[in-house]
Design a protein around this ligand. Structure first.
Ligand code: NAP
Length: 590
């Protein structure tokens, strides 16, 4: 008779499914830091559908997504699934979440339509699920674009932090025989993501002879990207934050490395009118480009740039990318406002391409590289099953090592599960001792991303304050032909930061701000700058708002246009000014 529950590490006979299983569960009532959010429980072993497989988990890979699942932000993954289920849509009814989007294990049960795996097969799993009944998929569309697409173990329940996991058969791929269980559990999510980024984008896919610039070469994605680019016959150049990581990246196949801390031009682009700022940025980015040439040993620009830091690095990536090349991005770890100098994008016909995880075909292509021994899983640390909350807590506190981490689940010891020698002899690279993350933890994906036909109404976070409640009445203005000298005097005498430019009909046509004055001085003598006219230096198209506009909307206008003040109008006539200083006063309750 089948036992009700097996102890952890006590493997049930092949094909025997106990009714209950051990698992680490997240429940909404304990959303919070990983050490509190994850708790060990015993639950019913899930039933499988006809196209699904039940896998006995030997080891599970660790990803940041389940830190977010435990925190319950930016989405309550449990609530979202329960609501969808209640609406009769694709969802799940269980009031808990079993996370884990990477795993290695043994197939214990298959649904009646499954043909690609059988009971007893040793497998690794990719995390992309989708409905086989989706019209888009049935018509041959990329499942990544299917509305039914979900990340297993994050957007779906029954992930790998349990004795058994429920996956679709198409998620299963052969386990590389030379890898132990924890190594095999560690690489799929990051490697498949890197594969699609490098191989998934048509004419710009990486090819023999290309130069590939890889950000975060010692990180989870970057370490995979170096190896994938190298295997395609390209020349990878890795960027890291310290020379202690050079050796690691070189062993993975980088031709050379760059220490990003030798440069300081990072961040959003300076304004294109800011001659001095732009020139300084250009100097910085050119020096970075020259460094690429130096490590490459020839004056060539990278054809493909592997991006994920986002906001701080995109301007550089676009600039150094070759004519006709591609910057491919799968994350915005440092922020989402990627600034692009469009002149370089259109004149040199470069491509900025978004990419997200990978489809079944791409995951399998990647896995073949692993099976052939050409992809090191870059396992930096493995933990026992009991450490699942702890390892997520390390990530939450940014104290985890780079590379990929895994936990044992069914495997009783580290190092079990390899059944053959590696097909090719490669040196196992190790990260520098004591390596931990020094960069901020990733921003969460702002999910769900709104679509045009968004089901739920979007609620505005606003306390109802209007612009008229805080504005300063009265406009201090100048004419378009007043000189900068005159405008400067007005600013100094009235102790204000900006002067509105009014035409002869009393219409506000622009604003001269302190920033405009400073930019006017760049590259000119004081006399030349003083004799310029307001209309030459002003920011045209005066940004206005109505006195009855919500303060929150006015703030969005200012932050969106990177301005500090707006001219306030009543019946389209300028009557006052609202500034960021006024908003700050309100915040601190002055
Ligand atoms: P990781 O292991 O933490 O590596 C990220 C690397 O980025 C770090 O090693 C760091 O290397 C580098 N970095 C950090 N801050 C930087 C900055 N300001 N400028 C330049 N480089 C910086 O993370 P990962 O697993 O590679 O994942 C990277 C991002 O991709 C995360 O945001 C993750 O959520 C996302 N991701 C997306 C998908 C998808 O399908 N869309 C899949 C997997 C991961 P140095 O300090 O050495 O430079």
């Amino acid at each position: 008779m089948t036992k009700e529950l097996y102890n952890l590490g006590e493997m049930p006979p092949l094909g025997v499914i106990p009714p209950k299983m051990h698992a680490w569960l997240i429940r909404p009532e304990r959303f919070g830091k990983p050490m509190e959010a994850f708790q060990k429980e015993v639950v019913n072993t899930p039933a499988i559908a006809d196209d699904e497989v039940l896998v006995y988990v030997m080891a599970a890979g660790i990803n940041y997504n389940n830190v977010w699942a435990g925190l319950g932000i930016p989405i309550d993954v449990i609530g979202a699934r329960n609501k969808a289920f209640a609406r009769g849509e694709q969802g799940e009814p269980e009031p808990f979440h079993i996370g884990g989007s990477d795993a290695s294990g043994i197939v214990y049960k298959v649904g009646k339509d499954v043909t690609n795996v059988k009971v007893g097969d040793e497998v690794v799993m990719h995390c992309g699920r989708y409905s086989r009944d989706c019209e888009w998929v049935k018509n041959g569309g990329d499942p990544m674009y299917s509305p039914t697409y979900r990340i297993w173990g994050y957007e779906t329940n029954w992930g790998s932090f349990a004795q058994f996991t429920k996956v679709q058969a198409q998620q299963c791929m052969p386990k590389p025989k030379h890898m132990n269980w924890e190594e095999a559990a560690a690489y799929t999510l990051v490697a498949a993501t890197a594969w699609r980024m490098l191989h998934g984008w048509g004419v710009n896919a990486v090819k023999k002879g290309d130069v590939a610039l890889i950000w975060g070469g010692a990180g989870g994605l970057g370490s995979m990207a170096i190896q994938i680019a190298k295997a395609a016959g390209a020349t990878p150049i890795a960027i890291v934050s310290g020379e202690d990581k050079f050796d690691y990246c070189m062993k993975l196949g980088a031709k050379g490395c760059i220490n990003r801390n030798e440069f300081d031009h990072w961040g959003m682009l300076p304004h294109w009118k800011d001659n001095a700022g732009y020139a300084k940025w250009l100097k910085g980015v050119r020096a970075f480009g020259a460094k690429i040439w130096e490590v490459l040993g020839e004056k060539r620009a990278p054809n493909i740039i592997f991006e994920h830091p986002g906001e701080t690095t995109i301007p550089t990536s676009i600039f150094v990318c070759d004519t006709g090349g591609m910057v491919v991005v799968c994350a915005g770890t440092t922020g989402y406002n990627a600034t692009v100098d469009l002149r370089y994008l259109w004149m040199r016909q470069k491509r900025l391409q978004g990419s997200h995880f990978a489809n079944t075909e791409q995951s399998n292509q990647m896995n073949q590289l692993a099976v052939r021994g050409l992809l090191d899983p870059c396992l930096s640390r493995a933990f026992p099953y009991t450490d699942i909350p702890h390892v997520h807590q390390l990530m939450y506190e940014n104290k985890h090592p780079h590379g990929n981490m895994a936990v044992l689940v069914g495997a009783t010891e580290f190092g079990q599960g390899a059944s053959s020698k590696a097909p090719v002899a490669v040196e196992h690279p190790t990260l520098p001792k004591g390596d931990v993350h020094t960069t901020p933890r990733p921003y969460p994906l702002t999910a769900p991303l709104p679509t045009i036909a968004e089901g739920e109404a979007i609620t505005l976070a606003d306390d109802g304050t209007k612009v008229r409640d805080l504005m300063h009445r009265g406009i201090i203005s100048c004419t378009p032909t007043d000189t900068v000298g005159t405008v400067a005097k007005i600013m100094v005498n009235k102790e204000i930061h900006a002067v509105v430019v009014m035409d002869e009909r009393g219409k506000a046509i622009g604003v001269v701000s302190q920033t405009d004055m400073v930019l006017a001085r760049q590259g000119r003598t004081p006399d030349e700058a003083r004799s310029m006219r307001a209309q030459d230096v002003m920011t045209p198209g005066c940004a206005t708002c109505d006195a009855d506009m919500l303060l929150s909307e006015a703030v969005s206008l200012m932050t969106g246009r990177r301005m500090h003040r707006l001219v306030v109008t009543e019946k389209e006539q300028p009557v006052g000014v609202i500034s960021m200083t006024d908003v700050v006063r309100k915040i601190i309750g002055e």
